[in-house]
Design a protein around this ligand. Sequence first.
Ligand code: 0WD
Length: 285
Amino acid sequence: MVTLYPYIKERAHIMSLQAGILQDKVGVIFGIANSMSIAWGITENAFSQGAKLILTYQNEAIKKRIEPLAKQVNAIGIFECDVLNEARVDTIFEEIGKKFGKIDFIVHSIAFSDKDELRNEYLYTSRENFNNTLEISCFSFTDIARASRNYLSPRASLLTMSYYGAEKVVPHYNCMAIAKAALEASVMYIASDLGSDGVRVNAISAGPIKTLAASGIGDFRHILRWNQNNSALRRNVTIDDVGKAAVFLLSDMASGITGEILHVDCGYHIVGMKMIDTSNVCEEV
Ligand code: 0WD
């Protein structure tokens, strides 16, 4: 009896060299500010897994930074979209749909809050910054999901980005924490609405990473050091760690996962107490 196993194993190996887990899937990326952005880590990993990528940028200033990055990943399109421009959120999907057909995945990696208000106490958040922060950092994901619905392929996947500050108090995260808590709740409701279309909706709750947006959060260096010393893996997460987990959630490998908030934080969220340095534990308690 000739066993087929070696042949099948060889074929699987050859196939794995050819097709990525996002092979030929069309994806739209919102939120690349530069090569340090979390969205860029996701973009690079999606490209390495065979995706055809459409990048978006907020304004002309960011466009200059995005164009060389778009070339690096052979982007099939690059579109301007400021999510505060209501009409634009609708027209961008009409344009993409007409030019590229159905969209297989969308990454929303957008947030904004007045950095001066991310240094004081949350109590003194202004009404204007509260509304602006929630509109850009939370509502924009709901708006993108609504506007893209008719252009999504069956089994499409939407992904947004959250942070632990939505669950526990993190110094200076303030109004952004409220936006992330609202964003995580919106992931559940959008997942419920789009489930009947076969579309999955998830979030990654990433550990702290030194990016442009993060630099606006007070004492961010302290937050990075604290996470490095107290996460289960004793290190900070990278945009490549987040990118690999994102590719999993965007791909059919996660076909049964929706409405989920996946922590990609080197295990920080499981730690209940600071690691005690036994060299200086006090005897009497
Ligand atoms: O530690 C971190 N960096 C973490 C970030 C930990 C956990 C989660 N996140 C989240 C952020 O809250 C955000 O949702 O990840 C997402 C991406 O954050 P990032 O990569 O740290 O930030 P950044 O590289 O600055 O990208 C955010 C981008 C903006 O960049 P700028 O340099 O302009 O802040 O969001 C985009 C913009 O490119 N953006 C907009 N895009 C369209 N319309 C808008 C807007 N109105 N506002 C911001």
